[in-house]
Design a protein around this ligand. Structure first.
Ligand code: SAM
Ligand code: DTB
Ligand code: SF4
Length: 319
C-alpha cells in the first residue's frame, strides 16, 4: 500500500534513478513497446450544472463554447467506425452532465449507443458524471468496458476547484462502478495550483482502490479562457515526468494515459513521458472540446520512437 511518504520517497529520487526504476517496472509489465490509441468523442457538449473550475463545459463560466445536444447512436457510429479504422482500440464518449439516472431517456439513449459501439470490437468507455449501482449495472449489461471518473486532485485541494459536488461523491460513483465489475479509469489534472504533495496524495488515493484502477489518465490543465483557472501557469515538464514515473512504479499494471495538454508538450517531452511509463494517448485532433496533436504528428512521433499502436486484444472485446 502506497502512502504519501512512500510515494514521496520515490518521486523525489534523483531524476535518472527514478527513470531507471520506472523503466524497469514498465518493461517488466509492458514489454511490447506499444502505445494504446484511444479516441475521444464529446457526445453531449456544454451547459453542465457543475462548477469545476477547469472545465470549458460548465454553465457557470462564459467560455464561448457552443452547446450541443446529445448525439444519437446514428451520429456516433460513423465516428466510432473511423476511430477503429485509424487504429484506436478504445473509444471513449464524454457527456457534460452532473450525472445519470436509470430510466431517464438520455441514459437509455447512451445505453443504446454503448450496445452498438461495443459491436465494433473496441474497448468502450464512457464518462457521464455521477451514477449509482443500478446505472453501473445497466452500463455493464450494455457491454461497457470501463467508466472514466477522475478524482482530479487531492481530497484537500478538491474543494478549491469544485463546490457543486464533493470528493466523496466522486468516490461513491467509483465504488458503484467497481461493484458492477466495470474497469475503473480514474486519474486527474495537474497544473490547477496544487502542490506536488497534492499530486502524490491523489496518487495514494488511486493506490487505495480495490480493485486498482485499470487506467489512469494524467491530464495537464488546458487553461480555458473564462474559467477561474484560465491564468494558472503550466506545470514544469519534469514534474509531469516524475508523476508519470511514480505512477508507473505504484500502479505497474495500469494503462497510464498521457492525456490533455499534449499539444503544449514538445516531441522530446512526450518521448520522455512515454519512456517514463505512459502507454496510452488520445488520438485525433480534438479531445472533448480542446485541441490535441494531429494524427499525422502522432504517427510520426510513434514511428520515430519505434513504438507501435497496441493491437486489439481479443479478451478486451465484447463483440
Ligand atoms: N462530466 C463528467 C465528469 O465530470 O466526470 C465527464 C466529463 S469531464 C470533461 C472528464 C475529465 O476531463 C475531467 O474529470 C477532467 O479530469 C478532464 N478535463 C476537463 N477539462 C479539462 C481541462 N481544461 N484540462 C485538463 N483536463 C480536463
Ligand atoms: C480524461 O481524463 N481526459 C479526457 C477523458 N478523461 C474524458 C478528457 C480531457 C478533456 C480536456 C478538455 C476538453 O477537451 O475540454
Ligand atoms: Fe465539466 Fe464534468 Fe465538471 Fe460538468 S461535471 S463541469 S462536464 S468536469
Amino acid at each position: 500500500m502506497h502512502t504519501l511518504e512512500s510515494l514521496a520517497e520515490i518521486y523525489h529520487r534523483p531524476l535518472f534513478d527514478l527513470l531507471t526504476s520506472s523503466r524497469a517496472v514498465f518493461v517488466e509489465h509492458w514489454p511490447e513497446n506499444e502505445v494504446q490509441l484511444c479516441t475521444l468523442l464529446s457526445v453531449k457538449t456544454g451547459g453542465c450544472s457543475e462548477d469545476c473550475g477547469y472545465c470549458a463545459q460548465s454553465a457557470h463560466y462564459q467560455t464561448g463554447l457552443r452547446k450541443e445536444a446529445l448525439m444519437t447512436v446514428e451520429d456516433v457510429l460513423p465516428v466510432a467506425r473511423r476511430a477503429k479504422e485509424n487504429g484506436s482500440t478504445r473509444f471513449c464518449m464524454g457527456a457534460a452532465w452532473k450525472g445519470v439516472r436509470a430510466g431517464d431517456g438520455k441514459f437509455e439513449s447512451m445505453l443504446e449507443t454503448v450496445r452498438e459501439v461495443g459491436k465494433l470490437g473496441m474497448e468502450v468507455c464512457v464518462t457521464l458524471g455521477q451514477l449509482g449501482d443500478e446505472e453501473a449495472r445497466q452500463l455493464k449489461d450494455a457491454g461497457l468496458t470501463a467508466y472514466n471518473h477522475n478524482i482530479d486532485t487531492s481530497p484537500e485541494h478538491y474543494p478549491n476547484i469544485v463546490s457543486t459536488h464533493t470528493f466523496q461523491n466522486r468516490l461513491d460513483t467509483i465504488a458503484s462502478v467497481q461493484k458492477a465489475g466495470l474497469s475503473v479509469c480514474c486519474g486527474g489534472i495537474i497544473g490547477m495550483g496544487e502542490s506536488e504533495d497534492d499530486r502524490l496524495k491523489m496518487l495514494s488515493v488511486l493506490c487505495s482502490f480495490d480493485p486498482l484502477p485499470e487506467s489512469v489518465p494524467i491530464n495537464c490543465l488546458t487553461p480555458i479562457p473564462g474559467t477561474p483557472l484560465a491564468d494558472v501557469p503550466p506545470v514544469d515538464v519534469f514534474e509531469l515526468v516524475r508523476l508519470i514515473a511514480t505512477t508507473r512504479i505504484a500502479l505497474p499494471g495500469a494503462k497510464v494515459r498521457l492525456s490533455a495538454g499534449r499539444d503544449r508538450l514538445s516531441r522530446e517531452a512526450q518521448a520522455l513521458c512515454l519512456f517514463a511509463g505512459a502507454n496510452s494517448i488520445f488520438y485525433g485532433d480534438r479531445l472533448l472540446t480542446a485541441s490535441n496533436p494531429g494524427v499525422d504528428d502522432d504517427k510520426n512521433l510513434l514511428n520515430l520512437l519505434g513504438l507501435a499502436p497496441q493491437p486489439p486484444r481479443p479478451t478486451a472485446c465484447f463483440a
